[in-house]
Design a protein around this ligand. Structure first.
Ligand code: ZN
Length: 420
């Protein structure tokens, strides 16, 4: 394909994707007017349900505005060739001699990605800000402060520069030295990294943003330990995380492998639920481990990355792709971005399949919790969580099919036999 055909194809993909999303948004917003589902009626009153509907509509509006903005930006960048222009501009600065040397190759590519990261962050920050300090604030979720928001940003930048910088440098090095067979070595390295991330998330990454305190002795700890020993579920440590410093929204998760599993409970979760509800929530999380969902999802993402990298290897040397992005000649950085855009339909399709599997896993984990703790307690916990989080109780089935990793709460209650 020549550059013009590639560019047209990418624009066609973007337009198609944009239109599909608008239709889904329309259906989803329309579905927000549905009457209160029967099986949550015992915890919701009309005022609370109305509040959740207006909250969802307000959030949807901001998201829509953001996607209009992004769409316009992408079209502008592509039709005007600004991405290629930016790359050529940076490259001209990093060239020290007439030869495009090794050092300037790395400098140009890293600076280009750095510039893109900063520009896209500057453009998305107002939306994140509005979401946190206007909408979440209005509905009483926000606990974050301007100071914390900025500190989080700076820490995020630092992590992105260090981790992103290392990964991109490594990728560039492998492409330079191995040509198109870079893909499988990079795949092995990324896979090892993913496993390590999973293993050390709670001990290394999470403490950068939150404080984890071991759960003190008492009724809750006894109940958790009793459940875990009954189910022969090895747990190394139970932590309370200070989620309340950012938001009132609650969560819980397990991390680690084998005998080194850790349980992390948000302080907000512990405050908002009874002990039987908390045990039912933990039983659900334990279900994900017992049914091997965690390993399954990890293997799946490793395979997915392998396929992408292989496809990438087919295009990494394609000069026409760079030209389609607006550059003067072949560039690894632009081919990477062009690849991402060109293969977005492939990632959408794999995303749908992963969501499908993930929703099936949620039902399985619910069934495990019902079996080993109590369906009634889990039902109450789920209803209370939806109420507190002002969740969308009536998302459109098409929207759920494409975007939801968890089934809507009413369907989960249905599956557990909680019908009214
Ligand atoms: Zn789950």
């Amino acid at each position: 394909m020549d550059a013009f055909a590639i560019k047209s194809l990418i624009i066609g993909i973007l337009v198609f994707d944009f239109l599909v999303e608008r239709i889904l948004d329309y259906l989803n917003i329309k579905n927000l007017n549905a009457p209160l589902p029967k099986n949550v009626a015992d915890v919701y009153d009309t005022a609370e349900y109305t509040k959740s509907q207006t909250y969802q509509k307000e959030k949807e509006k901001v998201e829509q505005f953001q996607s209009y903005f992004q769409f316009a930006l992408y079209i502008l960048l592509l039709t005007q060739g600004y991405l290629g222009g930016l790359y050529d501009y940076i490259k001209s600065y990093t060239e020290t001699s007439s030869v495009f040397s090794q050092a300037s190759f790395y400098a140009a590519n890293l600076l280009f990605f750095g510039a893109l990261f900063i520009i896209s962050d500057i453009l998305s920050t107002p939306f994140a800000w509005y979401n946190t300090f206007v909408i979440e604030e209005k509905y009483g979720f926000n606990k974050s402060t301007v100071k914390l928001f900025i500190i989080d940003k700076l820490k995020g930048y630092l992590l992105a520069i260090i981790i992103g910088g290392i990964i991109i440098s490594l990728l560039l090095f492998l492409i330079q030295s191995l040509g198109t067979s870079f893909w499988w070595i990079f795949w092995v390295i990324i896979s090892v990294l993913i496993v390590c991330m999973n293993m050390f998330y709670t001990s290394l990454l999470l403490p950068l943003f939150n404080k984890l305190t071991p759960l003190g002795d008492g009724e809750l700890k006894n109940a958790i330990q009793a459940y875990c020993s009954k189910e022969n579920f090895p747990v190394d440590n139970i932590y309370i995380m200070d989620g309340s410093k950012r938001s009132n929204k609650a969560n819980a998760f397990f991390s680690g492998f084998g005998k080194k599993k850790k349980i992390v409970l948000f302080d907000t979760l512990v405050d908002q639920h009874s002990i039987p509800e908390l045990i039912a929530i933990l039983a659900h999380e334990a279900g994900h481990f017992k049914k091997k969902h965690i390993i399954q999802m990890m293997v799946l993402s490793v395979l997915q990355i392998g396929v992408y990298l292989f496809l990438l290897s087919l295009l990494i040397d394609n000069e026409n792709l760079s030209l389609a992005m607006g550059a003067q000649d072949n560039s690894v950085a632009l081919n990477l971005i062009g690849f991402g855009l060109l293969f977005s339909p492939v990632s959408s399709i794999t995303g749908i399949m992963v969501n499908l599997l993930s929703r099936k896993n949620e039902y399985e984990a619910d069934a495990f919790a019902a079996q080993t703790s109590s369906a009634v307690d889990l039902g109450i916990a789920l209803k209370n969580l939806s109420k507190k989080n002002l969740s969308n109780l009536t998302p459109h089935p098409a929207y759920v099919f494409l975007h939801y990793s968890h089934p809507p709460v009413t369907q989960r209650l249905d599956a557990m036999g909680i019908r009214d």
